[in-house]
Ligand binder design. Structure first.
Ligand code: SF4
Length: 626
C-alpha cells in the first residue's frame, strides 16, 4: 500500500481513522497517481485556507462544501506559483515547482512494506545540496506572533517574536541568529513559544508537522537509495503569505502584479525550519510506528475523542460525523462557553473536557454543577435544566436606553481573499463588497423595504470608493450605528478611512457612532460599569436561552425574538454570500441577475434581523413590567 503525506497526517490522528478509510475502501490502495495526490492535497489545503480566512472574520466556522473548495482553488495554485517565482531572490541555484504538475520533484520510501510518498512544492538545487520549500497559504503572522508582547516608547504594543530575519531576508529562530535571546524575552518564555511549533494541532504547529513528515519521507528515500551523505545537505523551508505586505494596485492585463512594496516586503516570506524539523524526526518515526499498528489491527471500534478530531475547525476529521454522534446536537458538553479551558471542582481538581466526554459526560446536564467553576456555565446549566431563559431585564432595559436615534442598522459582507486584489490591501484583508443599511428613525419605526439602503459591488473591479461614498451619504451625523459584534465593522471602517482620505473624517465618525447590539444580549463590562453596574453584574450575561446552544451569534439569537428565518434562503449565510460574489465572473447574465438579487436579499435580511432582535428585546422589557 501507499501512504501520502496528507494521509500520514490523517492516519496519525487515531486508530479508528485508518479503519474507517479501509471500510470505505478510499485510501488503502497500492498506488497513488500525481493527479490523485494533488487532489488530496488541494482539498486539505483549501480547508486550511478557509480556516485562515475566518480567523478574524466573526463568522461561525463552516462545513466545507465543494463550491467552497472550487472557488478557492485558483488562490491555492497562485500562492504556490508566487512562492516559486520569488524563490530565486532568496535562494541560489535551480528550481523545480508547480508551473506544471508533471514537473514536481517527488520522493518515496518503503518501510515495513508500506510505501510513503510526497511531492515537493518547490525543489531548489544549489551547489552544495538542495532546499525543500513548502508553500502554505497561511500568513507570517501565525509565526511572528509566537513571542512576547511589549510596549514601545509610544505605548504601542508589538510582539518580540522567536523568529528574526537574517541578512538574506529569511526568517530563522533567534537561537540561530547571532543575538542574545534574553535581550528579546526571558529564555523560559522563548521555550514556551518555541514548543508551540511542536503542537501539530495548533495553528503554527500544523504546518511544521506537515513539513516534518515531508522531511521524514525525503530522508528515508535518500537512505534507501544510498545517498546518505545528502541528508545533511538539505534545508527545509516553509513559505507563507507575508501579512505585512501591502499591494500597490498595479495590474498587468487585468491581473495584480505583486511587486516588492514600499517597505521592502515581498508577498511571501520564507522560514528556515531545518532545525525544528530535525528535532521532529523522532516523533514522526513514533507516529509512523503507530500508523503501522493501526493498519495491522484495523480496529473500527470507537476510540476516545480528542483534540486530534479538530472538531471545531475547517480541518476537522472527515469522520467526525460518525464518531461525534454520541454527543447530542444541541446542548452537549461542547456548548459550555470557555469549556476548552476544562472544568474544576470545589477542591481545585481540573477536568479536561475530552476526559469528561470519554467518561460519558456528553450532555450539558451530565456535568454536575459542582464541576462548573465559571458562573456563565452555571447559568447555561440552569437554563437548560429548567427550560426557562435567563434574563437580566434591568440590564437589557438600560442597554436599550443607551441607544440614540436614529438607528442605522449596518452590516458588511466581505471577501477575505488570500491574495490582495486592490490597492492598499494585504493578504486576507476582509475586502468589503456589500453593505446593507436599515434606518430606524424612532423606536420601532422602520419599514423593511422603504427604509432600506444597500450597495453591492456589481463585479470584481474595485468598487470600494463607490461603496464608501454611498455609506457616507446615507448615514447621518447623529444617532447610533448598530452592528452585531462590533470589532469586525470597526476594523473595516478604520481600514477604509486609511485608504480613502476624502472620507476619512466621516468614516471615523461612523465608527465612533457604533453600538454593538450583542452587548445588550451578551453584555459588555465597560458599557454596564459606565451605566452604574458593579463589576460582577456588568460582566455577566444579560440573556441566555437553551436554544442558543452556547452561541451568541445573531443566527442563534434571532429565532428567540422573531419569526424571521434564514431557512430556505438561497444565499443563507456569510460563506454562501462570499462564494456567490466570488463566482460573479463565471456566471451567465441570467444567473448573474438572479444571484445578485439573492445576495441583496441576504444582506438585507441581516440588518432587518438586527431590527427584529431589538424589537424583540424591547417587547420583552415591556412584558416584564406588565
Ligand atoms: S473523528 Fe476523531 S476519533 Fe473519529 S476517526 Fe476522526 S480523529 Fe478519530
Amino acid at each position: 500500500m501507499a501512504i501520502t503525506k496528507t494521509n500520514f497526517i490523517n492516519y496519525s490522528r487515531c486508530p479508528r481513522y485508518v479503519a474507517l478509510d479501509d471500510l470505505k475502501k478510499e485510501k488503502l490502495q497500492s498506488m497513488v497517481s500525481l493527479a490523485e495526490y494533488r487532489k488530496e492535497e488541494e482539498e486539505e489545503y483549501i480547508k486550511e485556507i478557509l480556516g485562515n480566512m475566518f480567523d478574524d472574520g466573526g463568522n461561525d466556522l463552516i462545513d466545507t462544501k465543494n463550491e467552497h473548495l472550487e472557488v478557492m482553488l485558483p488562490y491555492y495554485n497562485m500562492v504556490e506559483l508566487l512562492a516559486g517565482d520569488l524563490a530565486p531572490k532568496y535562494f541560489p541555484g535551480t528550481f523545480k515547482y508547480s508551473k506544471s504538475t508533471t514537473d514536481q520533484e517527488s520522493f518515496d520510501c518503503m518501510i515495513d512494506n508500506i510505501r510513503y510518498l510526497c511531492y515537493v512544492d518547490i525543489y531548489n538545487e544549489t551547489a552544495d545540496g538542495f532546499n525543500i520549500i513548502e508553500a502554505k497559504a497561511t500568513t507570517t503572522k501565525k509565526y511572528l506572533d509566537l513571542g512576547v508582547k511589549v510596549k514601545d516608547d509610544f505605548g504601542n504594543s508589538q510582539v518580540h517574536s522567536i523568529f528574526m530575519k537574517d541578512e538574506k531576508g529569511i526568517y530563522r529562530l533567534l537561537e540561530e541568529m547571532d543575538v542574545n535571546i534574553e535581550d528579546y524575552m526571558p529564555r523560559e518564555k522563548y521555550d514556551v513559544q518555541r514548543a508551540k511549533l511542536f503542537d501539530k494541532y495548533s495553528g503554527p504547529g500544523h504546518y511544521v508537522y506537515d513539513l516534518a513528515v515531508q522531511r521524514y519521507i525525503i530522508e528515508n528515500d535518500l537512505k534507501e537509495h544510498a545517498s546518505l551523505a545528502l541528508v545533511d545537505k538539505i534545508h527545509y523551508y516553509l513559505t507563507v503569505l507575508n501579512s505585512e505586505y501591502v499591494f500597490n494596485g498595479k495590474y498587468e492585463c487585468g491581473e495584480p502584479v505583486y511587486e516588492t512594496d514600499e517597505q521592502g516586503n515581498d508577498i511571501v516570506a520564507y522560514f528556515d525550519l531545518t532545525k525544528i524539523t530535525e528535532e521532529y524526526m523522532v516523533r514522526v518515526e513514533l507516529d509512523r510506528q503507530r500508523i503501522v499498528s493501526y493498519i495491522e489491527k484495523l480496529c473500527i471500534d470507537p476510540c476516545p475523542l480528542g483534540i486530534y478530531c479538530e472538531k471545531k475547525k475547517t480541518t476537522k476529521c472527515k469522520y467526525s460525523g460518525i464518531c461525534w454522534n454520541i454527543l447530542p446536537e444541541k446542548n452537549s458538553i461542547m456548548a459550555y462557553l470557555d469549556g476548552h479551558h476544562g472544568f474544576k471542582d470545589k477542591e481545585g481538581n481540573k477536568y479536561d473536557r475530552f476526559d469528561l466526554i470519554n467518561d460519558g459526560y456528553v450532555k450539558m446536564l451530565d456535568v454536575p454543577e459542582s464541576l462548573l467553576n465559571r458562573e456563565k456555565n452555571i447559568i447555561q446549566h440552569r437554563t437548560v435544566a429548567t427550560g426557562k431563559p435567563y434574563m437580566n431585564m434591568a440590564k437589557i432595559r438600560d442597554g436599550i436606553k443607551a441607544i440614540e436615534y436614529p438607528i442605522y442598522h449596518l452590516d458588511f459582507e466581505t471577501f477575505p481573499c488570500p491574495l490582495p486584489r486592490y490597492r492598499g490591501e494585504k493578504c486576507y484583508t476582509q475586502s468589503v463588497f456589500q453593505f446593507s443599511l436599515h434606518i430606524e428613525k424612532e423606536p420601532g419605526v422602520c419599514d423593511k423595504f422603504k427604509d432600506h439602503y444597500e450597495y453591492l459591488a456589481p463585479d470584481h473591479k474595485d468598487h470600494r470608493e463607490e461603496l464608501v461614498k454611498k455609506m457616507c451619504e446615507w448615514i447621518g451625523e447623529t444617532g447610533t450605528v448598530l452592528v452585531y459584534n462590533d470589532s469586525f465593522e470597526k476594523t473595516r471602517l478604520k481600514e477604509l478611512a486609511e485608504l480613502f482620505p476624502t472620507y476619512r473624517t466621516k468614516l471615523l465618525k461612523i465608527r465612533a457612532m457604533i453600538f454593538d447590539l450583542m452587548n445588550i444580549v451578551k453584555t459588555k463590562s465597560s458599557l454596564y460599569e459606565s451605566l452604574g453596574y458593579d463589576k460582577k453584574e456588568a460582566s455577566m450575561f444579560n440573556y441566555y436561552h437553551a436554544d442558543m446552544n452556547g452561541s451568541f451569534s445573531i443566527k442563534k439569537v434571532l429565532p428567540l425574538f422573531s419569526d424571521l428565518t434564514y431557512k430556505g434562503m438561497e444565499v443563507g449565510n456569510g460563506i454562501d454570500a462570499l462564494v456567490t460574489y466570488a463566482n460573479f465572473p463565471k456566471m451567465n447574465e441570467l444567473d448573474y441577475k438572479h444571484k445578485y438579487q439573492k445576495l441583496v436579499e441576504y444582506c438585507q435580511q441581516d440588518t432587518w434581523a438586527m431590527f427584529c432582535v431589538l424589537e424583540g428585546l424591547r417587547a420583552s422589557v415591556l412584558e416584564s413590567v406588565k
